[in-house]
Design a protein around this ligand. Sequence first.
Ligand code: NAD
Ligand code: UDP
Length: 390
Amino acid sequence: MATARVDLEGNLVKPITICMIGAGGFIGSHLCEKLLAETPHVILAVDVYNDKIRHLLEPSGGMSPQWADRIQFHRLNIKNDSRLEGLIKMADLTINLAAICTPADYNTRPLDTIYSNFIDALPVVKYCSENGKRLIHFSTCEIYGKTIGSFLPKDSPLREDPAYYLLTEDESPCIFGSIEKQRWSYACAKQLIERLIYAEGSENGLEFTIVRPFNWIGPRMDFIPGIDGPSEGVPRVLACFSNNLLRREPLKLVDGGESQRTFVYIKDAIEAVVLMIENPARANGQIFNVGNPNNEVTVRQLAEMMTQVYSKVTGESPLDTPTIDISSKEFYGEGYDDSDKRIPDMTIINRQLGWNPKTPLWDLLESTLTYQHRTYAEAIKKAINKPVAS
Ligand code: NAD
Ligand code: UDP
């Protein structure tokens, strides 16, 4: 059993029940693992899938059997299931992770994207507010959209000034493209649900925390097309590049791979979420950037680093042409657009929770690509060697 825990004030943390919606996804699976291993809290895990947390649900799954009585899986779709309110009422805290959150869907399935990220989240907010329950809602760094600096001339020295690119929770504007650029359907839906939650807080006293993840990556993120997801599916960049490396194909750089991202290791980021869970007085009413400003690369640099790391992990030499350029129209279709640069301001999370990310990009890629290779290399080999039906 986990040892007694104290909050940042040194007070004992009482065990609570958490209704975690989207618990079967990438972030949810890591959060469940951490809560079961290190805290006494009970999880009501809600999702339509449970493959990524099966090892926690079955005592034979290799995890400690006494955990099984602290996690209960409820297979339900929050779009249309009357059991949702009952589960939120049973819990002290609700964490909402459920969403369509792969960019390939934003411009090709904008209606599903908007419904998933706004309409489907509405009852969750409403039930928390009406029943006086605390809510931690997962938003996204994408709600900042483009940086102010991206509108400056390419050679402007102001582009180097943080005032033109640093993304600050309570100051930076949200800058999206035109309506035809349906890429922004996700960001816009997330922005509106943030505004609604904020308004429920100010008008009705909802106790909320909003999390804006900045490219959290690690094992179990998304799927490998044709292995544990659809062959034609397009996951987020970590899984796209992993898939290319596993299949010994060149990595595809969308519009030259010039966009910049900061990547944070999932295990670092989860520690920030646990601090929010166990320090309500410091987390309520806050919006938190959670990212690693020290791990910034262009997508091209990410591709180069992943190629080197994968070669180290497998002992295989890289391809002669490790990357190829592809237009965003060809890769994502009409209506794609991109965030140019995402550096999180860490002032608020530092002040409120004393949290800092630890893992450098090379190290987190090494552990993640070791996992990808171990999990998928055999299956890929079989899939490649399978005779094509005539
Ligand atoms: P994910 O797709 O792995 O997890 C989402 C989970 O929600 C999935 O298991 C899915 O089955 C479930 N879900 C979706 N709709 C549902 C419904 N109607 N009913 C029940 N379950 C449903 O994604 P993730 O990376 O774990 O992201 C979790 C949250 O964090 C999302 O809200 C996402 O927008 C946000 N986020 C994540 C990142 C990141 O870096 N991973 C970045 C920005 C924002
Ligand atoms: N990208 C790429 N090749 C791929 C997949 C993604 O160049 O195979 C780019 C994409 O255009 C974006 C960045 O990688 O600039 C990050 O994409 P991701 O899907 O992870 O999501 P985002 O950070 O845009 O939310």
